[in-house]
Design a protein around this ligand. Structure first.
Ligand code: G6Q
Length: 555
C-alpha cells in the first residue's frame, strides 16, 4: 500500500464508504430540510447545487481532512505563485496569469509576466478589430469574410468550443471555422465553399511542429497560392499563434502577424492566450476580455474561498469520493444548452489528458484510481440516447447538469421545456421510483393487476444516482469563462489529492513516434524490420486494396 492509501484520512474514507454506498437521497432530504442550503454555493457568476450527492456531514468532514492532509491549501498557492507544478517538464502552469485582471505583478523566476501578457492582448485587439472592421484586407484588396483556424488538441478544442458557445454574438458576414484532423476530408470540406481572396488562416500551434497542423497548413497554403496565383499572398492571408517564432517566419508569416505565447501555458490551458485569437475575431475583443474576467472571478474564488464553500474544491473532492471510494469509472457532463454542445469534448481533453496518469509525483506507480472517463452530450438529446443507462444500468455515473436560468433566444416555450427536463432528470436520478410506486401508477392508469406486477420491476428506478447542477444566470462570455476555469481548477484539486502531475501528457508520445515508422513503410513499401505481425498484416491488406505500393517481400 502506498503512503496515500495507508494514510489515516484515506483509510477513514474507505471505512466510511462501506456504509455510505447504502445512503438514500430520499432519506437525506427528508431528515434535513436545509440540505439544499447547506449543500449549495456561489462561485463567481455560477451557482452550484451539490445536494443530490451521496454524502453526509461525516463524508464531507473526512474529505476535507484528506484535502488538508494532502496540503491542498498550499498547493493552490503554488499554482498561482508560479511554482514549477509541472515538475516533469520543470515548468510553472500560469494560465491564471493570462486572465489576471488585478493589475498586480505575477512573478515567474522573479520576472513579471504581466507586461508580456498585456502586450499580446493589445496586439490581439488591434488585429481582431482590423479584421472585423474590414480595414485589414487580403492580397487582392477584399476584406475577409471567413477565418479558418488550423490547430489540433489544445490549439483547437478550446477556441472551437468557445466560438460555438458564443455563437449568439457572431455576425453573419464573418464566419470562423476550425480544421484539426489530418484526414484531408476535414480541410477539403472546410475550404470547399470558401473564396480564397476573402479567407484568413490562423495556424495555431505552440510548437509549430505538430504533424497534423503542419500538414494542414501546408495544404491550405498551396490552396491559397494556387487559387490566387501568387506566392506573396501568403503573408496577407496567414497569421500564426506560436511559441516558435523561427518556424513561423520560415513558413512565410510576417512577424507582425505572429502572436506569441509562452512555455508556462499548457496546450489544454491555452484558450486564454493568443490561442483565443479566433474567439476575439468571432465575437470581438471586448467579449474575449469578458471571458477572461469571468475566469479571473473564478480564480479569485478558488484562491480565497474556504475549502468548505470553494466550488472547484467541492467538485474535486466529490470526484475523488466517487472515483476512489465508490468505484465510479466514468463521469458525465450534460450541458442543457445547445451552445455548449462542444463542452464535453473540450472537457474530455482537459480532464483526461490531465488526470490520465499512473505515476505519482515521486516517480512511483499509484495504487489508487485516477481520472475517470469523462463523457457527455447536450441535453435533451442525451435523454433520448444514453440516459437509460444512467437511470437503470448497473453502473453509478456521477453527472454534471449545466443550465442557464435565462435562455439566449426567447423562442416560445423552448427554454421552459429545456429547464424542466434538466431539473426533472436530476430528480429522477436522485429519487428514482420504487417498485410499489411503479405498480400503483400502472394500476391507477387501468393496467390489470397481474400485468402491473409483471412490469413493475422494469419500471422501477433505483435512484441514489448522484448529480451536480451548475446554474448560470445566462450564458455570457463571463459566465462561460468562470465555468471553464471551474473545471480547470477541479482537475487541479484532484491531482493534488492523487499526487499526480496534471500538466504533462507523455502518454500521447508513443503513438506519434510509431506513426513515423508506419508512415515510412506506407510511403516506401519497405519494412526495415522490427514491425509486429498485426501491423504488417494490416499494411499488406491496405496494399492489396491498391491504396499503396506492395510491401516488399509480401507474396
Ligand atoms: C495539450 C496537449 C496537446 C497539444 C496539441 C497541439 O495540452 O499538449 O493537445 O495542444 O498536441 O500542440 P501544438 O499546439 O504544439 O501544435
Amino acid at each position: 500500500m502506498s503512503a496515500l492509501t495507508r494514510s489515516p484520512a484515506w483509510q477513514a474514507l474507505e471505512t466510511h464508504a462501506l456504509t455510505a454506498r447504502r445512503l438514500s437521497l430520499r432519506t437525506l432530504f427528508r431528515e434535513d430540510p436545509a440540505r439544499f442550503e447547506t449543500h449549495s454555493l456561489v462561485a463567481g457568476p455560477l451557482f452550484i447545487d451539490w445536494s443530490k450527492h451521496l454524502v453526509t456531514r461525516e463524508t464531507w468532514q473526512l474529505l476535507l481532512s484528506l484535502a488538508r492532509q494532502q496540503g491542498l491549501e498550499s498547493a493552490i498557492g503554488d499554482l498561482f505563485g508560479g511554482t514549477l507544478v509541472n515538475h516533469t517538464e520543470r515548468r510553472a502552469a500560469l494560465h491564471t496569469a493570462l486572465r489576471d485582471r488585478s493589475g498586480q505583478a505575477v512573478l515567474l523566476d522573479g520576472h513579471d509576466v504581466m507586461p508580456g501578457v498585456r502586450d499580446v492582448l493589445a496586439r490581439m485587439r488591434r488585429f481582431s478589430d482590423a479584421i472585423r472592421d474590414g480595414s485589414l484586407r487580403g492580397h487582392t484588396g477584399l476584406p475577409f469574410d471567413v477565418v479558418v483556424n488550423i490547430g489540433i488538441g489544445g490549439s483547437d478544442l478550446g477556441p472551437l468550443m468557445v466560438v460555438e458557445a458564443l455563437r449568439a454574438h457572431m455576425r453573419d458576414d464573418l464566419r470562423v471555422r476550425f480544421v484539426s484532423n489530418v484526414d484531408d476530408t476535414h480541410l477539403v470540406e472546410t475550404l470547399r465553399d470558401l473564396d480564397p481572396a476573402r479567407t484568413l488562416f490562423i495556424v495555431s500551434s505552440k510548437t509549430f511542429t505538430t504533424q497534423e497542423t503542419m500538414t494542414n497548413a501546408a495544404s491550405a497554403r498551396q490552396w491559397l497560392v494556387t487559387s490566387l496565383g501568387d506566392e506573396a499572398a501568403v503573408g496577407a492571408h496567414f497569421a500564426a499563434v506560436s511559441t516558435n517564432v523561427g518556424a513561423t517566419a520560415e513558413f512565410g508569416i510576417p512577424a507582425d502577424r505572429v502572436f506569441e505565447f509562452w512555455d508556462w501555458v499548457g496546450g489544454r490551458y491555452s484558450l486564454w492566450s493568443a490561442i483565443g485569437l479566433p474567439i476575439a475575431i468571432a465575437v470581438g475583443m471586448d467579449r474575449f476580455e469578458a471571458l477572461l474576467e469571468g475566469a479571473h472571478a473564478m480564480d479569485q474564488h478558488f484562491r480565497s474561498a474556504p475549502l468548505e464553500i470553494n466550488g472547484p474544491v467541492v467538485l474535486g473532492l466529490l470526484g475523488v469520493w466517487y472515483t476512489n471510494f465508490l468505484g465510479c469509472a466514468t463521469h458525465a457532463v450534460l450541458p442543457y444548452d445547445q451552445y455548449l454542445h462542444r463542452l464535453p469534448a473540450y472537457l474530455q481533453q482537459l480532464d483526461m489528458e490531465s488526470s490520465g496518469k499512473r505515476i505519482d509525483r515521486a516517480g512511483s506507480p499509484v495504487e489508487h484510481a485516477t481520472g475517470p472517463v469523462l463523457w457527455g452530450e447536450a441535453g435533451t438529446n442525451g435523454q433520448h440516447a444514453f440516459f437509460q443507462l444512467l437511470h437503470q444500468g448497473t453502473q453509478m455515473v456521477p453527472a454534471d447538469f449545466i443550465v442557464a436560468a435565462r435562455g439566449a433566444r426567447q423562442l416560445g416555450r423552448h427554454h421552459d421545456i429545456l429547464l424542466a427536463n434538466c431539473l426533472a432528470q436530476t430528480q429522477a436520478l436522485a429519487f428514482g421510483k420504487t417498485e410499489s410506486e411503479a405498480r400503483g401508477e400502472m394500476e391507477r392508469a387501468g393496467v390489470p393487476t397481474e400485468e402491473a406486477r409483471r412490469l413493475a420491476p422494469y419500471r422501477t428506478f433505483p435512484g441514489n444516482r448522484p448529480s451536480t447542477t451548475i446554474l448560470l444566470e445566462s450564458l455570457t462570455p463571463a459566465s462561460l469563462g468562470a465555468l471553464i476555469a471551474l473545471y480547470e481548477h477541479r482537475v487541479y484539486v484532484q491531482s493534488v489529492i492523487w499526487e499526480i502531475n496534471p500538466f504533462d501528457q507523455w502518454g500521447v508520445e508513443l503513438g506519434k513516434q510509431l506513426a513515423g515508422g508506419v508512415l515510412s513503410i506506407l510511403e516506401t513499401g519497405q519494412d526495415r524490420g522490427g514491425m509486429d505481425g498485426s501491423t504488417l498484416g494490416l499494411l499488406s491488406r491496405i496494399a492489396k486494396a491498391g491504396a499503396i505500393s506492395p510491401i516488399q517481400g509480401d507474396p
